[in-house]
Design a protein around this ligand. Structure first.
Ligand code: NAP
Length: 257
């Protein structure tokens, strides 16, 4: 699976922290040229340094069309093409519906959903010319499957990514480009450092596998979508959540305690 990816080029948006950093490092290990993208150039370059080899950092705001075009141009200029896009950048500020402002709603939709459209559009010319490409969106279980108080805008953006994906997959199939999505459950990232054992224990209790996911768990699913072995897979999702969405009630978990 890894061999087929050696020497190819990937753009990872939101690659400077958390899940994106895990994806960038995993694809770096698999021998790809990695363009690590975030708004902070310093942070993106730090991850590129950790990866080593041909990895490099780039600063772009993925909610901005010019930023996405510049990101694609940088990958083409530095590496001669774009084989894989992981559209992973996202934000998750919390606000209950009665407190949420239209501006807050728009910012989440723009960063999480509009960015999928903009970053995919930006890599299309290179992938179309190559006659092949792999696009992997980081969605979530929150929105497409579950809800969580404070995240109505976030859930809408994550469900919206899947709606976008299904039509994009049909439109891009004749060009040899696949579009798939990973749907993470609760993943342990550095963002949770210092959050407290009680909070983590509460989250773990709701997961049949009794642990949070790792960034490597998500990166491995993305790696599959990018691999030769996933040639005939498009418009699909992989839920990576340790079984979190499965219990139909608290009783289902208690029955296993
Ligand atoms: P994170 O640790 O907060 O990292 C977010 C990354 O996105 C950073 O690199 C950040 O860098 C970048 N970013 C944010 N806004 C951006 C923008 N406008 N333009 C470019 N880059 C931007 O988040 P995470 O927890 O790894 O989440 C990554 C993705 O996974 C998100 O799409 C999220 O919805 C999804 N997800 C996460 C979990 C979880 O448990 N962590 C679960 C389900 C889904 P800058 O701030 O420097 O731009």
């Amino acid at each position: 699976m890894l061999k087929s990816l050696q020497g190819k080029t990937i753009i990872v948006t939101g690659g400077s922290r958390g899940i994106g950093r895990g994806i960038a490092k995993r694809f770096g290990e698999a021998g790809l040229n990695v363009l690590v993208v975030s708004r902070s150039l310093v942070d993106a370059e730090k991850v590129a340094e950790e990866i080593g080899g041909n990895a490099s950092g780039f600063a772009a705001d993925v909610s901005d069309e010019a930023g996405c075009k510049a990101m694609a141009a940088a990958a083409e200029e530095r590496y001669g093409g774009i084989d894989v896009l992981c559209a992973n950048a996202g934000i998750f500020p919390a606000a209950k519906l009665w407190d949420m402002t239209p501006q807050e709603f728009d910012t989440v939709i723009s960063t999480n959903l509009r960015s999928s459209f903009l970053s995919v559009s930006a890599v299309l010319p290179a992938m179309t010319r190559a006659g092949s490409g792999r696009i992997i969106l980081t969605s979530s279980i929150t929105g497409p499957i579950t809800g969580y108080p404070g995240w109505s805008h976030y859930g809408a953006s994550k469900a919206g990514q899947l709606g976008f994906m299904r039509t994009a997959a049909i439109e891009l199939a004749p060009r040899g480009i696949t579009v798939n999505a990973v749907m993470p459950g609760n993943i342990f990232t550095e963002g949770l450092d210092g959050i407290g054992g009680d909070y983590i224990a509460k989250m773990e209790a709701s997961i049949p596998m009794k642990r949070l996911g790792t960034v490597a768990d998500i990166a491995n699913a993305a790696l599959f979508f990018a691999s030769e072995e996933a040639n005939y897979v498009t418009g699909q999702t992989i839920v990576v959540d340790g079984g979190q969405v499965l219990p139909e009630s608290l009783g289902a978990l208690e029955a296993m305690a």
